[in-house]
Write a protein of this length. Sequence first.
Length: 274
Amino acid sequence: MLATVALVLGTLLSGVALAESRTERLVRELGKGPLRVRLGAALLLGRLADKTAVGPLTQALTDPIPALRAACAASLGQLGAVEAADGLVSLLSDVEPVVRVEAARALGAIKAQGAISPLAKRLDDTDAKTREAAARALAGYRDEQVAAPLVDSLLKGETGPELSAVVKDYFVQMRGKIALESYVKALKDAQDKYERARAAKVLELLGDKRAVEALIVALADADPFVRMVAAQALRTLGDARAIGPLEALVDRERNDRVVRVAKSSLTVLRSQKQ
């Protein structure tokens, strides 16, 4: 529907007198008139690539109509409106999921540094599409500082396949850009068990077999969650050197979840060895 509205408006605007520019006409339509016209104006303002539309679109982010807030957010993302980052960050807490999704997408497009932490908080959103949009936005930064929140979203264990794919693709793109050694060290020396688990997951996602020895050592970690993540990582890396240590882990382990993961990893590694 919105595409049709935008097309009709675009046709009408093609004959607008020079005394009033397309942007000026659309800004007028954005502020008043039937909802469909306002929505079409909001969307067209993003397509015109006219930066003078940023101010009116930013002001409309507080409109009481959710669909209009979402449309304005989308257009600000198209315009690369870094100056609208604060308004878009505010929309990440909007009561309507569709608005949160468009705000996250827009922030991913403009890549404002101040948006990283607010986007990371949306990885726990109750709405799956918002979580995915936030993950895609963060992954688009291609910056190591977003690695921790992305990995944490996987470690919580309630991640859908779309979000998981986004996180995995981010790490594929970051291979060679993230220092393996720092995560090997964190896995060995970090005092916080969650930081050790995060390091093991990062090593898994980076897919570098130089991490195998460190992950084998982590099978003896004091915390069962770290042992479980390490066992899963060894399965992903697919190195036969892990078979013996995983067998030993199964023999001594008392945590059922760790045993299940270790046995699953052994099944995969043994099949690969044949």
